[in-house]
Write a protein that binds this ligand. Sequence first.
Ligand code: PLP
Length: 359
Amino acid sequence: MRVFNFSAGPAMLPQEVLEQAASEMLDYHGTGESVMEMSHRSPEFKAIIEQTEQDFRDLLDVPDNYRVLFMQGGGTQQFACVPLNLMKNHVADYILTGNWSKKAAAEAEKYGKVNIIASSADRNFTYIPDCSDLPVDDDADYVYICENNTIYGTKYHTLPDTKGKPLVADVSSCFMSEKHDVRKYGVLWGGVQKNVGPAGLAIVTIRSDLIREDLDPKVPTIMNYHTTAEKNSLYNTPPCYTIYMCGLVFQWLKRMGGLDEMHRRNEAKAKLLYDYLDQSRIFHPTAEKDSRSLMNVTFVTDSKEMDAKFVKEAADEGMINLKGHRSVGGVRASIYNAMPEEGVRKLVEFMDRFEKANR
Ligand SMILES: *Cc1c(COP(=O)(O)O)cnc(C)c1O
């Protein structure tokens, strides 16, 4: 029996996609081999990676002057890739809205001067700070944000005014959940295991003029955006199977009606949960209303014991991984693209029963 998995990542994948992958596991399109066994230099894999990029471009409406790079090392590797590839003046501005932007800023500090130009640390990252008039450094090579904060359940609903500097955004946990206007970003990158595919890959969408050839020769080749772009993400063996799975997810998204339709569904799912939380007497949402994430819904009860009881009883009912991140506790329901509305309805019904039994 399949459960409803509310994990923040790796997370649920669409059942249809898993079934298709299973049906193609032993013999991909008459080749007699699995994509897992296939040479990354074969014509079949070339077709897979090219189609995956094309579908990604179609879905996000990526302009021609942007490159799409498939890179290993997940999100954390990009924390280093961004400063290593983009720091020219060795100055960058970071906005702190939670653990992932803190980690990114700490990594960038190894390579240059990092200015924290806004932060929501004062209220435990429960909101997105006002970014309409930031003290952007004249020398800053870029302004960095984490667009959806997986751990705290917040999201930027308006992008910062970067005063002409390139905006770099980690979109790992809202990747392909709605349409991003790519033109507003210098770099938009996401680890795929939250909303797009299995772990092992980050997809980097970067404006071509930001890809530099004159990098410090000490930058590891594997982390060099220019090399990756020049070799069409095939400098070395890429995570072939993960790329194939992302491709199947993109085809699923297209069949579904694209990112606007996905966004509509995600809004409807999040509304079910937030509407319930807003009237509940024992569950309290933690993110401030105007900063709420559609993907990660965070809440607490009045005690740690009650939180734990809830998480355990939900798991007994086939709703797993509702425990909040180890750094903040409480409860977190991650309701990415592949979580059906039925899963959210089931959760809300269970919360209602739990509330009546424990009030
Ligand atoms: C999970 C996550 C990361 C880290 O990804 P890894 O692939 O585990 O390194 C970075 N940023 C955000 C927003 C995340 O949700």
